[in-house]
Design a protein around this ligand. Structure first.
Ligand code: SF4
Ligand code: SF4
Length: 378
């Protein structure tokens, strides 16, 4: 395993997130399987174990207590959780929630603790509940060793947050991978983190596993050609590309079985990362994939005046997200999400307005039809 030195703490470059631990029909994570994944991770040199208040239907912290904390010496791992920002609306709500999280994890301090999923919908809670200064006091008391924040937001909001609260934020957690870099411009988020001198922790390095399969034929061709020298897997390219970004400290992977731990840690057991040519190949594969597999909508909304009221960019955006997760969606019923957006391909009157306006030249009515068929087939 290769490691990062973060302010004197040795953190494995690849880390285990438990968001995708297998669950039984009643929504409980399997204890035996969780133990096997945790044990394989420790065996392969992983030090950092990531969960959150809401993971696994609220059982993520507890399963780490049982599978990790109660079965292994406290100094053999770092445990990380995240405060559910959207549930914290008043100052007096911070500490009870934090203490509940310590209790659920069975620890008296978190090695790393994050303010979870900062985005527009609950951004004001940071101020209203005085979240960062309150958690900073917990850091002073030693109940948090390192404080960070995770983001699913626009570059504008990230900048705003770092300008306002950056003094408390030691590291930021961002969705980064070689596809999203240009495709949804996560490069802009990375550059802001860099400008503020923050270490970046990566989530969704494989885009929900999609990059391990590389669904684009052209993308596969590029990676297969580049892998001849070192026999790299598609997963290796995704991890290696991220590792080449100088601000990246460590990479989270939501591994769901021990075999996956063995496969994913292979790359980090090698002496070195990717060569410059291999890094370029990963980037080129992402470019090819973005042309082939998803709807290349940039959400400019030039097409917003549809006479049938079809929210075109919203449908494309939901579809892209579902594709990225291979239609294995974690937070809700996919068909319902699609239906809730409103009118769809069946309401299109083929006026042609949208296609004329689309700077990406997307064949919009055809694409809407294809998407409708896909959702109906689920
Ligand atoms: S072609 Fe269909 S989707 Fe496009 S603007 Fe007209 S009605 Fe709306
Ligand atoms: S005009 Fe094209 S790129 Fe812009 S939101 Fe509509 S579909 Fe997307």
């Amino acid at each position: 395993m290769r490691y990062t030195d973060f302010q004197g703490t040795k953190v494995s470059k690849l880390c285990l997130g438990n968001m995708r631990f297998p669950m039984d029909d009643s929504g409980q994570p399997y204890f035996d399987k969780a133990c096997a994944i945790v044990d394989a991770s420790l065996e392969r040199g992983i030090t950092y174990f990531d969960t959150a208040y809401t993971y696994l239907n609220g059982k993520g912290e507890e399963i780490f207590r049982r599978a990790l904390v109660e079965r292994h010496p406290r100094d053999s791992f770092q445990i990380t959780s995240k405060l559910p920002t959207w549930l914290i609306e008043t100052k007096d709500a911070v500490i009870p929630k934090f203490e509940e999280q310590l209790g659920r994890c069975g620890v008296d301090y978190f090695d790393f603790f994050l303010v979870h999923d900062i985005e527009r919908g609950w951004y004001d809670n940071l101020e209203k509940a005085d979240i960062f200064p309150t958690l900073a006091k917990e850091k002073e008391k030693g109940r948090i060793r390192h404080l960070g924040a995770s983001f699913h937001c626009s570059p504008v909001l990230l900048r705003d947050c770092l300008e306002k609260w950056g003094q408390y934020i030691e590291f930021v957690q961002l969705q980064l991978n070689y596809l999203d870099w240009d495709y949804i411009n996560t490069k802009a988020l990375y550059e802001i983190a860099d400008e503020f001198g923050k270490t970046v922790v990566v989530m969704e390095p494989l885009r929900g596993g999609t990059l391990s399969r590389m669904p684009s034929a052209e993308g596969r061709k590029i990676l297969d050609a580049a892998s001849t020298e070192h026999g790299l897997s598609y997963t290796d390219f995704a991890f290696g590309w991220l590792e080449s970004l100088p601000r990246v400290g460590w990479i989270l992977s939501g591994m769901a079985e021990p075999e996956q731990v063995y496969q994913n840690t292979d790359f980090f057991s090698r002496e070195e990362g990717l060569t410059a040519a291999e890094i370029d190949a990963a980037y080129a594969a992402g470019k090819a994939m973005s042309k082939e597999v998803f709807v290349p909508c940039t959400k400019c909304n030039y097409c917003a005046d549809c006479p049938s009221g079809i929210k075109i960019s919203k449908i494309f955006s939901a579809y892209n997200e579902a594709c990225a997760k291979d239609f294995v969606y974690l937070w809700g019923d996919l068909k319902k999400i699609y239906k809730d957006i409103g009118p769809n391909a069946n309401d299109c009157v083929h006026c042609g307005n949208c296609e004329k306006r689309c700077p990406q030249h997307i064949p919009i009515p055809d694409m809407l039809k294809k998407i409708d068929e896909k959702y109906n087939s689920l």
